[in-house]
Design a protein around this ligand. Structure first.
Ligand code: FES
Length: 115
């Protein structure tokens, strides 16, 4: 192939690696207590997975701008109700809080750091 094409291809793949890392970053602990939110039936929400959003418990695009390779969890509310959404990002039942934030591991972790 033409030298210029080779150069271009490498350029594109390094761009892809930069924005879509092959090894995603770890989620960080955003907060150590859940946030209660009123979900509206039929509405779609994007729960922050990476822990870097400033609009907890929802996504503000930080996963993308900080090139974490992670994506938010999209879910649709089946009914209108108040739920506790996880902010420690260690729940086994995302996006809902399952009490994991009370564990020693989460309590000892630093906010803004991975577990
Ligand atoms: S806030 Fe994460 S399990 Fe409760």
């Amino acid at each position: 192939p033409h030298l210029f094409c080779l150069y271009q291809r490498r350029d594109i793949s390094s761009w892809l690696d930069r924005w879509f890392p092959k090894t995603p970053a770890k989620s960080v602990v955003a907060l150590k207590t859940p946030i209660k939110v009123n979900l509206v039936a039929g509405k779609t929400y994007r729960w922050c997975v990476c822990g870097r959003s400033k609009k907890q418990p929802f996504c503000d695009g930080s996963h993308f701008f900080q090139r974490t390779g992670l994506s938010p969890l999209k879910f649709k509310a089946q009914e209108t109700r108040t739920v506790a959404l996880c902010t420690c990002k260690a729940t086994q039942r995302p996006p809902y809080c399952d009490g994991t934030h009370r564990s020693e591991q989460v309590q000892k972790a630093e906010v803004g750091s991975p577990l």
